[in-house]
Design a protein around this ligand. Structure first.
Ligand code: SF4
Length: 401
């Protein structure tokens, strides 16, 4: 029997087993890898299975979060090969937002109907740049995370937006500082590949991209019951086996703590003026296949997201892959991580979602099941309760198109 026929049969058998169970059995990294590898020639069985599993979860509802993006500081001690967000301190574009700037941007978001304040920032810049450390100390903060915690509180108390902090790796103490005024938090795992820390690879010179440090952050979030967003970045030099292992690692941590609210499948986009400017981008088939694999690995329980602005035009086809969320979209600020990739207008997001046979609904920075399970910090509970209906999604009258 030719090898290809045997592989195809094995994959079909695995998909049949998955299809016969309402909630997929735990699949191993090896099985996940084989699905990714063998379904690349014909992705339909995996996509169809992923769509069936999604239907168990949300029916025809696809969600998004209306947010304002607050790039608190673009200083970072890491040197990811694909990043244009981080700036060196002597770059005129390097900037740390003052409280006044944070509030002004958050207020503009509130006026535009946003509910989420996404704080995204570089990792631990004070450990690399003495001037930034002094900037913080002059204002009474021991670290960038302490400053972030104060800004989360300020934004919530003055605008009612729900903060979602995304500062990279966090210790349990740091998470405790942030937790009282964060509806949820996030950090992309990106990959479990230590290999990518080597010279010439994507994460060379990035102490915070050590997989063990990022997995420890996911574990800490679980122990502290923080609703947590994470995900993988595909196409940065990882092998298919490493990609499958990254998803399984997230799945295993979630199995211990039940706190992963969403898994983002993000595709690498090459940017000028980076080490990875000429690196090949993953194609949309590969992105869809990975998202479908994530749906099969996580089952109906976890929200799976692909950002729409990194596949445009034509992002509507991504709904074939079993995702149920488009992530945060802002009507007032750009995607500072991918500034060359504009978010679609929310009206367009609704039209594209509708054309594919789904209904777009707005969600908060914390998903309904985590609201119901009591994960929301006390200070934020009344505010959350006022914004959602019985499904846990934003009340239709609060939505703006
Ligand atoms: S991707 Fe994040 S961690 Fe890496 S250099 Fe950019 S800001 Fe820093």
């Amino acid at each position: 029997m030719p090898q290809g026929v045997f592989i195809e049969a094995a994959v079909c058998d695995m998909l049949k087993v998955l299809a016969a169970t309402a909630i997929p059995e735990k699949i191993t990294t090896g099985e996940a890898y084989r699905l990714l590898r063998d379904c690349s020639a014909d992705s339909r069985p995996l996509l169809e299975q992923a769509a069936r599993i999604r239907a168990q979860r949300t029916g025809r509802v696809i969600t998004y979060s209306r947010k304002v993006f607050l790039p608190l500081t673009n200083l970072c001690r890491d040197r990811c090969g694909y990043c244009t967000f981080a700036r060196l301190p002597d770059d005129p574009r390097a900037h740390t937002m003052t409280p006044e700037e944070v509030l002004a941007a958050a207020e503009a978001g509130r006026e535009a109907g946003c509910k989420e304040a996404l704080f995204s920032l570089g990792e631990r810049p004070e450990l690399r740049y003495p001037a930034h450390k002094r900037w913080l100390e002059e204002r009474g903060y021991a670290s960038t995370i302490s400053y972030l915690a104060a800004m989360c509180r300020l934004v919530f108390e003055r605008t009612g937006l729900l903060p979602h902090a995304n500062p990279g790796t966090m210790s349990p103490d740091e998470m405790e500082q942030l937790r009282p005024f964060n509806a949820s938090m996030g950090m992309m795992l990106e990959t479990v590949s230590d290999r990518l820390l080597r010279r010439g690879e994507a994460h060379h010179g990035c102490p915070d991209k050590t997989p063990a440090a990022r997995l420890a952050t996911l574990e800490a979030a679980g122990r502290l019951r923080v609703p947590f967003t994470t995900g993988i970045l595909i196409g940065i030099g990882e092998t298919l086996e490493e990609r499958a292992a990254s998803l399984c690692a997230i799945r295993d941590i979630h199995a211990r703590h039940g706190h992963i609210q969403e898994v983002i499948i993000q595709n690498f986009r090459a940017k000028a003026d980076t080490r990875f400017a000429g690196w090949p981008e993953p194609d949309t088939d590969s992105l869809e296949l990975t998202a479908a694999l994530a749906r099969v690995i996580f089952g109906p329980e976890v929200n799976i997201q692909i950002p729409p602005n990194l596949t445009s035009p034509g992002f509507g086809r991504l709904l074939r892959s079993g995702i149920n969320d488009w992530g945060g979209v802002s009507p007032v600020t750009r995607d500072f991580i991918n500034p060359e990739r504009e978010w679609p207008a929310i009206r367009t997001l609704r039209e594209v979602t509708g054309q594919a046979g789904f209904e777009l609904r707005e969600r908060l920075a914390v998903y309904p099941e985590f609201v119901r399970a009591g994960f929301v910090p006390e200070a934020l509970r009344d505010r959350v309760a006022r914004m959602v209906d019985s499904s846990g999604l934003v009340r239709p009258r609060e939505e703006r198109w």
